[in-house]
Design a protein around this ligand. Structure first.
Ligand SMILES: *Cc1c(COP(=O)(O)O)cnc(C)c1O
Length: 376
């Protein structure tokens, strides 16, 4: 293994490749036969590092990826990532040549966009997105005429049709009926396109929760993000499939100082922590500048050091924070603190303490953090 000790000096992300491979296998086993995994690696693969994750996935036989922007796709191609790379979001049509050059597949976000892209006179691969009720991107499910029109555009090579489900994460009755409605609208629309002569190589509609709650759908890809990284969005989420997914990412930081503060003294900005007793505190070299949410200040968040679960005290700073170690024994400068990991520190739990979901927490882990790859 390469010497990566410099990366562990201050604060860092650890990516566990074994767990990534495990999740790929578990997801594949849960998917219907013939359906492939499309790894969603937008936003630096939810903070895990898009390039390293995608290259590793190539080795595991994953050859379909989804990104949010053309830039993200180009970076992967320049690094040698192989397979389909679908851009889920908007790309300025004047970049058609780059889409072709880097063999990227662009999402058709509406009919006028298709016309504008076609008018660039550069042959590009596209997936047509159908809006089945989320009302974000896509050609409306009732507008099959227009969707069929895209198939006859000379410079657009349609290699797929997809939709996105807006509440597949919920098992509330009304959300289940809305999701089923979206699913029916999608397949009906696909059926109409086919009956009008459209050749559709690939169809897809599930993201992570789409698979976990609607595993039986027949399609060609599952677009998995958060599940691939071994997380639920929120820790209490109930899902139909209960898969043994394991967290791929941990967030760690160094204990750089240990200090004693007297009863009545304060820590940090705003003096928001006042010691109720003579206390020992550990200063960790990580802060909101690294993506650790500031609203985990004042006991909302916690860190694990030498097996002790310790509350965050005072306000989290941009580059530092502190935990109360008065009741813990044997903690020394140089020790490693875990901020995101397993159990009570799972990404979904930590996100929830801060009022968000794991998806946001992970993808905001900043560019300042080095990524250390673990192989076991
Ligand atoms: C981000 C995204 C996904 C992945 O969602 P997860 O819930 O992380 O699996 C899938 N499809 C689309 C269109 C997305 O934007």
């Amino acid at each position: 293994m390469r010497n990566t000790s410099w990366k562990r000096e201050r604060a860092w992300i650890e990516v566990n490749k074994k767990n990534l491979a495990h999740n790929v296998k578990i997801l594949r086993d849960a998917m219907p036969k013939g359906c492939e995994l499309m790894a969603v690696v937008k936003a630096e693969a939810y903070g895990h590092g898009a390039y390293a994750v995608s290259r590793h996935l190539n080795k595991l036989g994953v050859f379909a990826f989804a990104v949010a922007t053309a830039e993200e796709g180009i970076k992967l191609r320049q690094g040698g990532v192989q397979g389909e790379i679908l851009i889920l979001g908007y790309t300025n049509v004047c970049r058609a040549y780059e889409l072709k050059k880097y063999n990227l597949t662009q999402t058709i976000i509406d009919y006028d966009y298709a016309r504008a892209l076609n008018s660039q006179r550069v042959k590009v691969k596209v997936h047509v997105k159908i809006d089945t009720g989320m009302h974000r991107l896509g050609i409306g499910w009732r507008e099959h005429e227009r969707a069929v029109g895209v198939f006859s555009m000379k410079y657009l090579n349609v290699t797929g049709v997809f939709t996105h489900l807006s509440c597949s994460d919920s098992l509330e009755k009304r959300d289940i009926s809305f999701t089923r409605l979206q699913i029916r609208r999608f397949y009906r629309c696909v059926g109409r396109l086919k009956s009008r002569g459209a050749v559709i190589p690939k169809v897809h509609l599930q993201s992570s929760y789409g698979l976990l709650n609607y595993p039986q759908l027949s399609c060609d890809y599952v677009r998995a993000g958060v599940a691939l990284y071994g997380c639920l969005s929120s820790p209490g989420d109930k899902t139909l499939l209960k898969l043994d997914l394991r967290p791929v990412l941990s967030l760690k930081a160094r204990v750089v100082l240990i200090r004693e503060i007297k009863k009545g003294e304060a820590f940090g900005y705003g003096r928001n922590f006042i010691a109720q007793r003579d206390s020992r505190i550990a200063i960790l070299s990580i802060g909101y500048g690294d993506g650790y949410p500031r609203n985990l200040s004042c006991s909302q968040g916690m860190a694990k050091i030498r097996g002790y679960q310790l509350p965050v005290i005072g306000n989290i700073c941009m580059d530092q924070m502190a935990v109360d170690i008065t009741d813990a024994e044997g903690i020394l400068p140089g020790d490693t603190a875990t901020l995101i990991g397993e159990g009570d520190l799972s990404a979904s739990s930590v996100a929830e303490y801060g009022g968000s979901i794991s998806n946001e927490l992970l993808c905001r882990l900043g560019g300042r953090l080095p990524v250390v790859i673990r192989y076991s």
